[in-house]
Every structure is written in structure tokens, then in C-alpha cells.
Design a binder for this molecule. Structure first.
Ligand code: PMP
Length: 307
């Protein structure tokens, strides 16, 4: 998706002009993929712009870096304050997407990353519907021929930069075959997640999602928000291992992610989910989530970091 430039990007402690936010071609991460990133959204609310679950995202960034043994030279508080300042500096009053990234810069080459400088940046820009405007009506999913990483091959609890080669291969395969998004199975054949979203199904009124750790899926912050919202709405929610058959037989299905938000699934491998239209439980959950992120549900106010 194209990027809409804003004024400033924060790099290693300074707000630099958008066009000057560059790195050296021999930066370590560019060659070996070591590093981690986050995707965060901010929304316009009745009380001004607010970043959704900012602390949870920055905590996950630090957890990712801990797994990768990268020492981030900023505290959780500093990262959160910087993100808010960036939104203010760029005057993103209508909301935006934020992309923090921790990477290894110029100074060492070779697979051994020890000694390469750990660098940190955050960019923010306005970003529309990740899976396109038509996603409202439901997206067409294809089970990928690519397996999700085995956790002993790539740490799946870390949002590792290099790990997204796997996601990109699956995404390209699905899009070129005429689908919107891919569903990835783990090496054991169980359903894991999508290329940038977690997955839920509804069966006989119960809401199910693959257990993140067991399924080798990222522990989604939207997924956690949906679990809370669904429980508050009175639904039974359970993390359960599932196979592709469970997807084909689901009454409803939807995916969740910061960029995508909550998106109904209309079909999986050309088999309609329900009648192919967004189901009632999906719609109720999606509506509540959209109200929560925009500050229209006081009970979820603690998720909003006012800028
Ligand atoms: N899985 C993967 C592989 C992702 O990249 C993302 C996006 N961060 C998600 C799931 C959803 O996570 P979240 O809801 O925290 O954005």
C-alpha cells in the first residue's frame, strides 16, 4: 500500500524530516533481517486523538527485542511518550498508523549481529482500510501452501522483521490467485493465523481462536481486545486448536489485527462461510470494537492513550 508522507520521523532520539529518515545500505538488518517492529493505530475520539493500546504495543516491542537479544536504549515510558509526541508533531488529528521499528544499523557485517548498533525509529502516517474498502462485506481467504514458522525456526512470539518473508510469500501467493488474504497452517497442519492478522471462527454460538503459543501465532493485541469484548457481550470465547475442516464448517469467521481491524471472512478456499455474508456475532463484535477504538464505549477507555 502506498505511504502518505508526513512531516517528521523519530530516529534515535530526534525528530528528523521525513525525507531525511534514511539508513545506510550496509545496515545489518537490511542483510539479515534481525530486528522487530510494531503496528499501532490512533483514532479520532470525541476527546481528541488517542492511540489504541499504546502501552501493550510498546511492551510487545520490548518483548520481541528481548527474544532477539537486542537491548533497546529506551524505556517503555520513553517509547510511549515519543509516540504521542510524534502524532502531535505531525498534527495527525484524524488518527494514523504508527510504525515503531528496532533494527541494527551500520557498523558490522556478517551473520553475527553482536556489535552492530541497535537503532530505534517511529514513523506515523494516515492509513486507510488495510484489506481494502470492500473488506466490510467479507474477504476471500486461501489456505497457504506456505507453512507458518516452527517456533524453533523463527520465534513466533516476536514480531521479527525477517519473519515476514514467510508472511509476504503467503500474501503474494494468495493475492496472485485472486484472494484477499492467506490463512497459514503451522508445520503440524493446525490453523495458525493470517499473514498479519489473527483468526476467529464462530461455531454453534461459541467464539474460537487458535491458542497463540501452541499455534505459533503472534499474540494479537486486537485478538485480546476481541476476547474481552466478546466475553463482555456474553459470548463463550475459547482458545482451541483447529484444522482446516473447522474453517470449512464454521458458521462465521473473521480476522483481527491492528491494521485490518475486524474483518468478516466470506469464504475459505472457495467454500462460503455461512451464506457468505458477515454473520450476526461478527457484526456485533466488529461494531463494538469500532466504537471502543473511537472512544464511544466508556468501559474501554483504559485502552486509549490520549495524545
Ligand atoms: N499476526 C501477525 C503475523 C501480525 O503481523 C499481526 C499484526 N501485528 C497480528 C497477528 C495481529 O496483531 P495485532 O492485533 O496486535 O495487530
Amino acid at each position: 500500500m502506498p505511504i502518505t508522507p508526513t512531516k517528521k520521523i523519530w530516529m534515535d532520539g530526534e525528530f528528523v524530516d521525513w525525507d531525511d529518515a534514511t539508513v545506510h545500505v550496509l545496515s545489518h538488518t537490511l542483510h539479515y533481517g534481525m530486528g522487530a517492529f510494531e503496528g499501532i493505530r490512533a483514532y479520532k475520539t470525541p476527546n481528541g486523538v488517542a492511540i489504541f493500546r499504546l502501552k501493550d504495543h510498546m511492551e510487545r516491542l520490548l518483548r520481541s527485542c528481548r527474544i532477539l537479544m537486542m537491548d533497546v536504549p529506551y524505556s517503555l515510558k520513553e517509547l510511549c511518550e515519543t509516540a504521542k509526541e510524534l502524532v502531535r508533531v505531525n498534527e495527525l488529528h484524524d488518527g494514523c498508523y504508527l510504525r515503531p521499528i528496532v533494527y541494527l544499523g551500520y557498523g558490522e557485517i556478517g551473520v553475527n549481529p553482536i556489535g552492530a548498533p541497535v537503532q530505534t525509529a517511529i514513523a506515523a502516517w494516515p492509513w486507510g482500510a488495510y484489506l481494502g474498502e470492500h473488506a466490510e462485506k467479507g474477504v476471500r481467504m486461501k489456505i497457504s501452501s506456505w507453512s507458518r514458522h516452527h517456533p524453533n525456526a523463527m520465534p513466533t512470539a516476536s514480531k521479527t522483521i525477517g519473519g515476514y518473508v514467510n508472511a509476504s510469500l503467503a500474501k503474494v501467493e494468495a493475492v496472485k490467485a485472486g484472494y484477499d488474504e492467506a490463512i497459514m497452517l503451522g508445520p503440524d497442519g493446525r490453523v495458525s493465523e493470517c499473514t498479519g492478522e489473527n483468526l476467529f471462527i464462530v461455531k454453534d454460538g461459541v467464539i474460537l481462536s487458535p491458542p497463540p503459543s501452541e499455534a505459533g501465532a503472534l499474540r494479537g493485541i486486537t485478538q485480546a481486545s476481541i476476547v474481552k469484548i466478546a466475553a463482555d457481550l456474553g459470548y463463550v470465547v475459547s482458545f482451541e486448536a483447529m484444522r482446516r475442516d473447522d474453517l470449512y464448517l464454521a458458521d462465521e469467521a473473521f480476522l483481527t489485527g491492528t491494521a485490518a481491524e475486524v474483518v468478516p471472512i466470506s469464504s475459505v478456499d472457495d467454500r462460503l462461510v455461512g451464506d457468505g455474508n458477515p454473520g450476526p456475532i461478527t457484526t456485533e463484535i466488529k461494531t463494538t470494537y469500532h466504537q471502543a477504538i473511537r472512544g464511544e464505549r466508556p468501559q474501554y477507555e483504559e485502552w486509549l492513550a490520549r495524545v
